[in-house]
Design a protein around this ligand. Structure first.
Ligand SMILES: [Ca+2]
Ligand SMILES: [Ca+2]
Ligand SMILES: [Ca+2]
Length: 468
């Protein structure tokens, strides 16, 4: 196999997409595709039914990227000029019926102090900087709750792990239901994202890459890093269109679509949407640079414009070029990806009837699994991604295998039974990043994400991660 260039002119890609007969949105006049507004970046979106709260859905979002624990003074605060939000579509039209929004106020209780916090064991100083979160559902204020200080170290924030319980609030005090949390946690995203960014390298199979290097154990390049998280837990009956708790998996009203993003106050005070995330990796791996700005400002109800990028994913071609010894995945007519990622799996997660809509779809009638399989539906576990997303779901491996035509026998069979053509090439089941688990231990109950690494001890970055 000859070595080929991984670079392709954008015009070729655009022509390919246009050839699909699908409308492609007009890119902004000067798109750069770069999200410079770091605070507004949605890291990841998770939604699942936890076995310890089977009547509720937990939705977790992470913000502002990962930060080193010692960088808390500049990285571990929410931006008071942003409106962070989580939306739910419960009738399958791509538009939201429910919006929770989160705005933050920063209070300076000791403006004359040079020190940002007064927590811990210096009794003379009151906390200097206090953040509070105002939680609204459809613009109605539900609660104002305090944000914990970041995990600074044993003198300032001793006993941090048990402290989190003091910062959980009831989401809706009127009905005394649900819970909410906003603050620093371990970044739950795991993966050898550093190697993947280098021409889709799987470090544990680097010898088989078109640019071969010695293979090595995969590293979790997000290990030892913290992030900001906003989490809510909502009773299922408050999410459905008719207020009931669905029990029929195949009923159309059993699945909801979820997405999250942030809006910034623009000139004149209007909110301008600057980011959004539904299913993982759609923006990074499917939407080209010239369209990312428009994508981030968009709404799932108009995502049909982007269907061409699902049907002819550049990622399939890049995987083929990066791993020439693997069977060539289909690079056109990928109705499987448009269906699974953009519309949902018929009978399991399908919501939208027309076009694609980027949402994380969750079937509320599928009971939670006590011992989750990291490959979710691909691993025979119907309570995992792409049916919602649990923090333990290995969305890197799942996505790369779907795109690379390595669906696995049971997932391919499940899709075939509902009329979706999925290909399972045995060799393509090796696609992934060789990293199977997060470094921090999840806590047993809400908000589930692990305790943040403290600024003194720190965490180990690039930690070798388990392959299974
Ligand atoms: Ca709707
Ligand atoms: Ca982590
Ligand atoms: Ca992985």
């Amino acid at each position: 196999m000859t070595r080929r260039s991984l670079a392709r002119p954008a015009t070729v890609l655009l022509a390919a997409a246009l050839g699909a007969g699908v409308a492609v949105p007009v890119a902004a006049q000067t798109p750069d595709g770069l999200l410079q507004d770091r605070a507004a970046q949605v890291g990841d979106l998770y939604a699942w039914i936890s076995p310890d709260q089977a009547g509720s859905v937990t939705i977790v979002t992470t913000w502002g990227g990962a930060h080193a624990p010692s960088e808390w003074a500049t990285q571990a605060w929410f931006d008071p000029d942003l409106t962070y939000w989580i939306k739910v579509d419960n009738d399958g039209d791509g538009s939201a019926e429910i919006t929770w929004s989160f705005t933050f106020t920063t209070r300076l209780d000791a403006p004359d102090s040079i020190w940002p916090t007064g927590f811990g064991q210096l009794p003379s100083t009151p906390p200097t900087v206090i953040q509070e979160v105002n939680v609204r559902r459809d613009d109605v204020l539900l609660i104002t709750s305090q944000v914990p200080p970041p995990n600074i170290g044993p003198r300032t924030t001793p006993g941090y792990a048990s402290m989190v319980a003091n910062y959980l609030s009831i989401l809706d005090p009127n009905s005394s239901t649900g819970r909410v949390f906003a603050g620093q946690r371990d970044d739950p995203m795991f993966g050898d994202l550093g190697a993947l960014g280098d021409l889709l390298t799987n470090r544990s199979r680097a010898n088989t890459h078109v640019v071969p290097t010695k293979k090595a154990k995969a590293q979790d390049t997000r290990s030892g890093m913290d992030t900001l998280a906003i989490a809510i837990q909502v009773p299922i009956g408050e999410l459905t269109a008719d207020g009931t708790v669905p029990s029929d998996v195949s009923a159309p009203g059993s699945t909801i679509g979820i997405w999250a993003g942030a809006s910034r106050s623009g000139p004149g005070g209007d909110l301008v949407q600057v980011s959004r995330v539904g299913a993982p990796f759609i923006e990074q791996w499917f939407i080209p640079y010239g369209y990312k700005d428009a994508w981030r400002a968009g709404d799932p109800s108009t995502d049909a414009d982007y269907e061409g990028w699902y049907l002819q994913p550049e990622l399939a071609s890049l995987l083929d070029q990066a791993y020439p010894k693997l069977p060539t995945p289909r690079t056109t007519d990928r109705t499987d990806l448009a269906q699974v990622l953009g519309r949902g799996i018929p009978g399991l997660t399908q919501t939208a009837t027309e076009g694609v809509a980027d949402q994380l779809r969750l079937n509320l009638a599928v009971p939670p699994t006590k011992k989750p399989n990291r490959l979710g539906v691909m691993g025979g576990d119907l309570a995992g991604y792409p049916n919602g997303r649990r923090p333990t779901d290995d969305v890197v491996d799942i996505t790369l295998r779907m795109v690379g035509d390595g669906y696995g026998a049971s997932f391919a069979e499940l899709l075939g039974a509902v009329g979706v053509t999925a290909v399972d090439t045995r060799a393509a089941r090796t696609l992934g990043d060789g990293c199977a688990r997060n470094d921090a231990k999840a806590i047993k109950d809400f908000p589930y994400l692990g305790t943040p690494w403290d600024g003194v001890k720190g965490g180990r970055t690039h930690k070798v991660c388990p392959a299974k």
